[in-house]
Design a protein around this ligand. Structure first.
Ligand code: AP5
Ligand code: MG
Length: 192
């Protein structure tokens, strides 16, 4: 399987662009944020713990996140084309774990696409979404915290994939369709 990593700050459009990629290329969308929110909605003890972390804008500890991800991947149906990892890996440690998982399963990460959006724009997008999303982290204080966490903990992941020659930066400003065209330029060589 040739998998894709979609990376970028909160509100950079990872989920929005994933939907378009799924539509055109039939990849399987795996958003770790969605996975965690599904756990929260079960109102389990684990869900409550996750909720208290997400609503503060912090990341789940790596070991907890990796265990949940591996369990989820094991439950997926056989899928030949590939997975879009949206919001994972978010730390260098997670990147190391993902690459080791790929080796063990005989799969690969083909490319990391890093969506770049001005900070003012991401904040505005998320404040707007917060009016209807019901997400406990879509309020201005938590949005700012998420951005700090992103710069500190997730940006090093870009360097990790740069060194593997798998890094592609994409301008994430403009209309949804124009951004998808930029992504498509990269994907059409990988997935035909
Ligand atoms: P996660 O759910 O991944 O949230 P995020 O990374 O903060 O990103 P968002 O989902 O908010 O934004 P997005 O980039 O998907 O943008 P979207 O397309 O929705 O993670 C949430 C939390 O879970 C984390 O903070 C952490 O606590 C935890 N977590 C998740 N993964 C983890 C991991 N690996 N390790 C540890 N913890 C983890 O777009 C945003 C809005 O903008 C939408 O309203 C959309 O309609 C709009 N929009 C999109 N594109 C455009 C455009 N071109 N123009 C105008 N508006 C646009
Ligand atoms: Mg998202």
């Amino acid at each position: 399987m040739r998998n894709l990593i979609l990376c970028g700050a909160p509100g950079s459009g990872k989920g929005t662009q994933s939907d378009l990629i799924v539509e055109k290329y039939g990849l399987l969308h795996l958003s770790t944020g969605d996975l965690l929110r599904a756990e929260i909605s079960k109102q389990s003890e684990l869900g409550q713990k996750i909720d208290s972390i997400i609503s503060k804008g912090n990341l789940l500890p790596d070991d907890m996140m990796i265990t949940l991800l591996e369990q989820h991947i094991a439950s997926l149906p056989e899928h030949t084309k590939g997975i879009i990892f949206d919001g994972f890996p978010r730390t260098e440690n997670q990147a190391i774990e993902l690459e080791s998982l790929m080796k063990r399963s005989g799969d690969e990460t083909a490319v990391l696409i890093d969506l770049h959006v001005d900070e003012k724009e991401t904040i505005q997008r998320l404040i707007n979404r917060g009016k209807t999303s019901g997400r406990s982290d879509d309020n201005e204080d938590t949005i700012r915290k998420r951005l700090v966490v992103y710069h500190k903990q997730t940006e090093p992941v870009a360097d990790f994939y740069r060194k593997l020659n798998k890094y592609q930066r994409v301008d994430g400003m403009g209309t949804v369709d124009s951004i998808f065209q930029r992504i498509d330029e990269i994907l059409k060589d990988i997935y035909y």
